[in-house]
Design a binder for this molecule. Structure first.
Ligand code: PSU
Ligand code: MN
Length: 301
């Protein structure tokens, strides 16, 4: 396993010295955001983590190696190449065996980050239970249930069945903390009407809960849900309309599997004249900032 991990020297140093480190995913770069905002955002997220006093570690698979911390060329490759695969945990063995390049999802990123010794990860929205009759449950969920790491996000992506996703987290012992909020945020929107398990108002409060969880030996993720900044929130009416239209279009075209999430996100950005894209970028940056502050609380063992 250690042979397959390729940890960037500055990230390895930070981990060894128990300094704050924040892992970042790469599917959002390769498949979640359009060009050129994807590369700009990836660079910006790394800068935000550094400004917050932590070391960024963007995760991806390059030539079959599990890279933790990417250089500029690698980031550019992920953002601009046309043949970047979306790698969830089930895809890691094939990518490794065949020496492929791939962008990692929440599931595979936390799988790798945890094994590299990182305790905090930031993203936009986690995957979850999709809407519709065919059961389609993101591999993000089971990975959250078995990976002891702090995941900072803005809830699950709005395209999902949010009540079903919330139930899944509850059943599988994933503790959900609202960061300065009393209900679970809904990605582009600050409200979902769904409960959190506890509210935390500071990075120190989050760190305390995580330390208790680690002391207890509970092996699931501590999910920290941060609402999209107020000024970037998408208006409820616009959101409902573009969401309905995106779902109808996906259904009409028979889009399924790994393509579904990227398709729905891009449809919504197009149909909202970029409002959902602006919200997505704003919440990603804000979550990276909060994650850096949490990492600085000394959550490293
Ligand atoms: N959040 C975003 N954009 C994204 C994703 C999340 O703002 O593109 C990605 C994440 O990498 C997440 C994945 O893990 O979508 C979930 O895809 P699926 O439902 O196919 O598991
Ligand atoms: Mn799926």
């Amino acid at each position: 396993m250690q042979q397959l991990l390729n940890i960037a020297p500055e990230v390895a140093d930070a981990i060894a010295q128990k300094l704050p480190v924040v892992a970042l995913e790469s599917t959002v770069i390769a498949h979640g955001l359009p060009r050129p905002q994807n590369l700009q955002t990836a660079q910006r997220l790394q800068a935000v983590v550094r400004e917050g006093g932590a070391m960024p570690a963007t995760v991806a698979i390059v030539d079959g190696k599990l890279n933790v911390g990417l250089n500029d060329d690698q980031l550019r490759l992920l953002a601009e190449a046309d043949d970047i695969r979306k790698i969830s945990t089930r895809d890691i063995p094939v990518a490794v065996a065949r020496g492929l390049n791939g962008a990692t999802t929440v599931a595979s990123t936390i799988w790798i980050a945890h094994r590299a010794g990182i305790r905090v990860f930031a993203t936009g929205g986690i995957g979850g239970v999709h809407r519709g009759s065919l059961p389609d449950v993101s591999a993000d969920l089971p990975e959250l249930a078995r990976t002891p790491i702090i995941v900072v996000c803005s809830g699950a992506k709005i395209v999902l069945d949010l009540p079903a996703t919330r139930e899944w987290l509850e059943t599988n012992a994933v503790t959900v903390v609202g960061y300065q909020c009393d209900e679970l945020p809904a990605f582009y929107s600050r409200a979902s009407g769904l409960p959190v398990d506890a509210r935390a108002d500071s990075p120190a409060e989050v760190a305390e809960i995580f330390k208790a969880q680690r002391t207890l030996g509970i092996e699931s993720t501590l999910l920290v849900a941060v609402p999209v900044p107020q000024e970037a929130e998408v208006e409820a009416e616009v959101l409902q309309t573009v969401l309905d239209n995106a779902l109808t279009e996906a259904n009409r075209l028979g889009i399924a599997g790994a393509h579904l999430t990227p398709f729905l996100l891009s449809q919504m950005a197009e149909r909202s004249s970029g409002a959902t894209l602006r919200a997505n970028i704003a919440l990603l940056e804000n979550n990276a900032r909060v994650a850096a502050a949490i990492a600085r609380e000394g959550v490293m063992p």
